[in-house]
Ligand binder design. Structure first.
Ligand SMILES: [Zn+2]
Ligand SMILES: [Zn+2]
Length: 251
């Protein structure tokens, strides 16, 4: 599979030329994971999977829109009849791909799910925003070629709250926690959806992520808008990583 990162910015104001657009990852020019910007539709994906209904992952939440491509997500969207989300509760086959939703903990107000994308023997996990994935789903994660997850917070623990009434946790865990969680399931972790910490010093932030990878014996890659990864099964690490902009700090 060829993984192209379309946007790397979380729901934050700061921006950089290489990390400006909201979340989106395009696989093989066909399958789009998250729709943080309207312009991603101009790339004509055949199908879109949304992790949750926050505007940095689903631009249409706060904007007038019409989406004609098949759109799947964890819950329906009643606000706009021109945006029809099909609720995905189990695995679906789409051309050469099998897409399996995996529930995540992230928000009290909206439902959220990660997507396991399989094509032949290749397997990718795309998480969107998250605090945690319940243990019962961990067996699904064995032998992933790549995990694409979020970088809202670089500090351990991130920003996680607990609802006093229900005891449910919500927010974003930290990148160190995500690396610790996913290193047992993959050798390659691509971090996207950056928070303000990243924009203070993008070059330093990239080094910090790479160092975190070394400490954990896993390849941690900092994404940028436009970064492409070609996965080749059995290579252990992605065989080709392409950044479109020569002076981008990502590699
Ligand atoms: Zn987000
Ligand atoms: Zn969110």
């Amino acid at each position: 599979m060829r993984v192209k990162v379309l946007g790397t910015r979380g729901e934050v104001e700061p921006s950089s030329p290489y990390h400006a657009k909201h979340s989106g990852v395009l696989v093989d020019s066909e399958v789009l994971l998250d729709l943080g910007e309207r312009e991603f539709l101009d790339l004509n994906p055949r199908v879109v999977f949304i992790t949750h209904l926050h505007p940095d992952h689903a631009f249409f939440v706060n904007e007038p829109a019409e989406v004609s491509v098949p759109l799947y997500g964890p819950e329906g969207f009643g606000k706009n009849p021109a945006v029809n989300i099909r609720v995905l509760e189990g695995a679906v086959d789409f051309g050469a791909y099998r897409v399996t939703p995996i529930p995540t903990h992230h928000s009290l107000r909206v439902k959220s799910q990660a997507y396991l994308l399989q094509k032949g023997a290749e397997r990718i996990l795309y998480t969107g925003d998250m605090v945690w994935i319940d243990k019962e789903y961990h067996p699904l994660l064995n032998g992933l070629d790549l995990v694409v997850t979020e970088g809202s917070f670089d500090r351990r623990g991130g920003r996680v709250n607990r609802d006093a009434k229900t005891g449910k946790v919500y927010g974003h865990t930290g990148v160190p926690n995500l690396v610790r969680l996913f290193k047992d399931f993959t050798g390659n972790i691509l971090i996207t959806h950056f928070g303000t910490w990243f924009y203070e010093d993008p070059r330093g932030a990239v080094r910090k992520l790479q160092e975190l990878g070394r400490e954990n014996g896993v390849n941690v890659i900092a994404a940028c808008d436009g970064l492409e990864i070609d996965l080749v099964k059995g290579m252990g690490s992605p065989s080709v990583i392409n950044c479109p902009t020569p002076d981008c700090p990502c590699l």
